[in-house]
Design a protein around this ligand. Sequence first.
Ligand SMILES: Cc1ncc(COP(=O)(O)O)c(C=O)c1O
Length: 381
Amino acid sequence: MDFNTKVIHGGQTHDPSTGAIMTPIYQTSTFAQTSPGVDKGYEYARTANPTRTALENALASIENGTNGLAFASGVAAIDAVVKLLNPGDEIISTNDLYGGTFRLFTKIFQKYGIKFYFIGMTNTSQIEKYINKNTKMIWVETPTNPMLSIIDIKKISKLKNGKNILLVVDNTFATPYLQKPLDLGADIVMHSATKYLGGHSDLVAGALIVKDRSLAKELYFIQNSTGAICGPMDSFLALRGIKTLHLRMQRHCENGRGIAIFLVSHPKVDKVYWPGLQDHPNHDIAIKQMNDFGGMLSFTIKGNKYKDAILVLENLKIFTLAESLGGVESLSGHPASMSHGSIPKKEREKVGVIDSLIRLSVGVESEKDLINDLKQALEFV
Ligand SMILES: Cc1ncc(COP(=O)(O)O)c(C=O)c1O
């Protein structure tokens, strides 16, 4: 099946008890047994629930994996992945990482004896220097947040070939519409399904997809043992969101392009970070590994004044100032005071998060209205 068919039908069957086209919300904690251990495939809803199973099958289908697992949040999915490791094991990760992932790694797992390296990964040769006998995982996010850097997944997968190292890719920003990490050599794909997969800013959920059944078994064991599962209502919403992923992503990309082109030529805008721009430092990798360039972009204002970024954000009318991304509605954010607010100024500036940087999650509204909104807000600078 093509991707556009998979998002609707991949891994789905009509509900066996009623023929319902959409898998119902099985709001139940347990399932009747006719004799001890004799059931209809479900026994207790932490272990499995039919609505979650439908979502997990859809996830596996759209990412070209064998198995999908749905969690209570993106960070719950990340938590399960790190629990594959043991004290003394090492993870090499990007330095331009989602703040919540960084917090989970450094504030929770470091104290259990797992060691982390946070390094720039756009130059893959850097990674080799950190690989040793304890390296068990390479953690990649691409495009990165908020600088929209692109990391070459295929190149990294070749680097770890023949070694006992798992390559994990956080595919939240790109979604399988734009890139399929398992096809590029990754072992595990992770999502904050809260974002583009759900797509409507109405749920918090996480996902893992793998292409190896024994790895899936280990992760199912961790998921069932630690219990951070996606509930039936959120599973239903995520499944419904996935059915329009291709339509939404197409429009996100079109609007992203229109806005990037508008911002590049605006006299008050300094830099625009969008991987579709020819002068983006990793544009060549983006062309190779992505089908289009997405609706996430960041830009800075000439003069780099903190107050100018705030003025623009306060005066946007269609873009809403809020955490999160990937919904149908356009959102704006100020990384220096929001996602990266707890990182010292000097440190955040090293990765490009300067005072005037604004991040946009471009929604699926009219491109003209979004551009006019930015135009009027920039007049306040
Ligand atoms: C790239 C990325 N990964 C992981 C997460 C964590 O996901 P959640 O908020 O669903 O726990 C986020 C959340 O913003 C994210 O942007």
